[in-house]
Design a protein around this ligand. Structure first.
Ligand code: GDP
Ligand code: MG
Length: 177
């Protein structure tokens, strides 16, 4: 791992959004620290984590913002989105209502987010296929219709987590260059 204060070529902000309990915080801790927590850590205010990533020959410092549960009260504010170049829009494949909420999240993204924000749709908890309520095909279809990238992940089993973040960061890099 690189030193925190190492010189970077770019600093990107990206945000995690989606209903409460879909696994946003665990996706981030997996990506940033390779950690998973069975309990949700209650915190106040917005938190973020950094990771330095090499894309092409550039060193990028990705600053990923996580909600601290405000999504439960539909109280995410425009400052959360301000300056964000990317978003992981997350639902839980075992809870259909989190997929149904995506329309609302997409509206909010369009209202508050940058016009050319890179959005990756993420169906998390792919390890729980026995209790699946949303087919992978449905995620794909919505992503296609909305022009998003799509991936199913498991923060628990560390499946596709790195890929989802890296896809977002690489695309941001491509757009801004
Ligand atoms: P958030 O509210 O979106 O930040 O969701 P959390 O990251 O706090 O996760 C909510 C719950 O889902 C916690 O109990 C996690 O342990 C669990 N969880 C998160 N990701 C996964 C996953 O990929 N698989 C499984 N089985 N559980 C997960
Ligand atoms: Mg959380």
């Amino acid at each position: 791992h690189q030193a925190f204060d190492e010189e970077c070529d770019y600093l990107f902000k990206a945000v995690l959004i989606g209903d409460s309990g879909v696994g946003k915080s665990n996706l981030l801790s997996r990506f940033a620290n390779d950690e998973f927590r069975l309990d949700s850590k209650p915190t106040i205010g917005v938190e973020f984590a950094y990771r330095n990533i090499k894309v092409a020959d550039k060193l990028i410092k990705a600053q990923i913002w996580d909600t601290a549960g405000q999504e439960r009260f539909r109280a995410i504010t425009s400052s959360y989105y301000r300056g964000a170049l990317g978003a992981l829009l997350v639902y839980d494949i075992t809870r259909r209502e989190t997929y149904e909420s995506l329309r609302k999240w997409l509206r909010e993204l369009r209202e508050f987010g940058n016009d050319d924000m890179v959005v990756i749709l993420v169906g998390n908890k792919s390890d729980l296929s026995d209790s699946r309520q949303v087919e992978e095909e449905e995620g794909k279809k919505l992503a296609e219709a909305e022009g998003l990238c799509f991936m199913e992940t498991s923060a628990l089993q560390n499946l596709n987590v790195e890929e989802a973040f890296l896809q977002m960061i690489t695309k941001i890099h491509d757009i801004t260059n």
